[in-house]
Design a protein around this ligand. Structure first.
Ligand SMILES: [Zn+2]
Ligand SMILES: [Zn+2]
Length: 212
């Protein structure tokens, strides 16, 4: 199945779906030009939750901040999450307390993530700063379909997930307004915490969905 089919079959979210944009940068990342508030404002009514994945940095949002954001936008901010630069490419990590030193070996980084009970997801594997074919040699938990990268690279990611029998997730990888919420992850149950998210992904109960 090519990505056109993927997009077509997964285009329309059902009302019972719980949608999470799992790959978001804010202006804290030097490469991004949108704040967390602007991102949430953009996503209001479109997704149920997000994870903020800055490069090699984990935000310590307080419970009060997260509650205030929820009250304002009706979107959950699930913590902690981060995009780690490894020697071989970018790895998204969910459920770890602090990011490892950048540019360590990817195998080592994934080992560290798992030792903390977190999950490791290959970000845009077949595009710029992805791990490429090393994906077949890594103990990752899932593979990303990325809203900001090429269709071809997403098709290759989908093929790798089929070969490795791994779940696919979706993230917008948004750095600017026009990228926010393009591709997200669909769950069939509410995701209230990062542990809920980890649990569902480990069970393979998730799928990428393009919102436009
Ligand atoms: Zn990346
Ligand atoms: Zn990114």
């Amino acid at each position: 199945m090519n990505l056109k089919n993927l997009q077509r079959t997964s285009k329309v979210p059902r009302s019972t779906d719980f949608l999470v944009d799992m790959h978001i940068h804010t202006s804290y990342s030097s490469c991004a030009r949108i704040t967390l508030d602007e991102t949430l404002n953009e996503l209001m009514g479109k997704v149920n939750a997000i994870t903020v994945t800055e490069h090699n940095y984990i935000h310590n949002y307080s419970e009060e901040t997260i509650q205030a954001l929820y009250d304002k936008y009706q979107i959950g901010v699930l913590v902690p999450s981060v995009e780690i630069s490894t020697a071989q490419g970018d790895i998204l990590a969910y459920g770890i307390s602090s990011p490892p030193t950048p540019y360590l070996d990817a195998h080592k980084v994934i080992e560290m993530i798992h030792s903390e009970g977190g999950i490791a997801i290959s970000a845009h594997p077949f595009d710029y700063l992805g791990v490429g074919d090393l994906i077949y040699d890594l103990e990752i938990d899932a593979i990303e379909i990325n809203g900001s990268r090429t269709q071809l690279s997403n098709e290759l990611a989908k093929g790798a997930a089929a070969t490795l029998n791994l779940p696919l997730v979706g993230g917008s990888d948004s750095h600017i307004h026009t990228q926010v919420g393009k591709c997200v992850t669909r769950f069939s149950v509410p995701i209230k915490t990062i542990q809920d998210l980890i649990e569902q992904i480990k069970k393979g109960k998730c799928s990428p969905v393009f919102l436009w």
